[in-house]
Write a protein of this length. Sequence first.
Length: 86
Amino acid sequence: MHRTVSLDYGIVIQEELDLVLDSGEVRHMKPGDIAVQRGTMHAWRNNHPTEWSRIIFVLQPCEPVVVNGKELKENYADTEGVKPSE
């Protein structure tokens, strides 16, 4: 899972993907579906054994998300080879 400090729009254009949230919720997305996220921990999963999925992203800078007085930073903790942000 990862988080970016941006406003993200993801539009599925080919095959299907699962959007996995840190709550454990999974949203199955099909071509034409759009995900809008701001500062959420998430991961993308392609469950098809042989086909590629394609998604277009538009990322815009945004004000940091603050929860209970704490600013949420970028976090790439589960991305192989990338150290988590502090």
